[in-house]
Design a protein around this ligand. Sequence first.
Ligand SMILES: Nc1ncnc2c1ncn2[C@@H]1O[C@H](COP(=O)(O)OP(=O)(O)OP(=O)(O)O)[C@@H](O)[C@H]1O
Length: 251
Amino acid sequence: MTTPLLAVENVGRRFGGFVALEGVTAAFEPNRVTAIIGPNGAGKSTFFNVLSGVMPPSTGSIRFKGRDITGTPQHRFAHLGIARSYQITNIFPELSVHENVRVAAQALRTRYDIWCNRAAMTELDDKADAALAAVGLAGRRDATAKFLAHGQQRALEIAVALVADPELLLLDEPTAGMGPEETKDMVGLLERLAKDRTILLVEHKMKMILGLSDRILVLHHGRLIADGSPQHIQTDPEVRRVYLGQNDGYA
Ligand SMILES: Nc1ncnc2c1ncn2[C@@H]1O[C@H](COP(=O)(O)OP(=O)(O)OP(=O)(O)O)[C@@H](O)[C@H]1O
């Protein structure tokens, strides 16, 4: 069996006396797409926040490539090989598309690298261009970020995440606010990226999740109630019960 890239064991998170996440255990193999779904308030964002170091878990442990990273501060995650995008578009609107990615690349460097090494600057430019090419934005390189269409802004965020060359990409609702065409483009992008990366995503668009994911985890009231292939999840009686009556396209 392959060593899991990421393994969480008995992970939980409390807010005061409220248990938002409880006893979640799962291991994630490399180069797979896993979706985390669940009704509103199920604990998806909390799980993502814990996985990406936004907050430590109250219980349990998280291992990345066999190394215990429980409680590691968020700013160290990019160096570990874990990158995250947010639900809300999170770019510098007044900077160019290329500048947005280069700033991210620069942030991963030390001051010494930046000020003393001209070659390092060229390398940063090249890295930014490679990330833009990977998400299909090379042609908009010099556009001001605020003038990109919404779908392109989300792709830019992914380029920003890619500049650290992460092995694990955590994507919080990458198709939020997108219509069918933009969603289709994003799915195509994620399929390309998934060839040599591990992707975990939180999403609400069920048809998209069923088509894209190798595996789906279902959270409900902070607990993992199902974990399996899209086919398995679609026929799981507990999942069907949880989603019954929810107007989110699940069928
Ligand atoms: N910082 C916080 N303090 C107190 N309670 C919180 C906090 N963050 C989340 N919660 C609570 O934890 C529960 C899980 O919230 P979470 O945002 O993780 O759910 P979710 O599945 O992402 O929901 P949605 O699909 O609506 O985004 C909710 O009841 C929420 O009110």
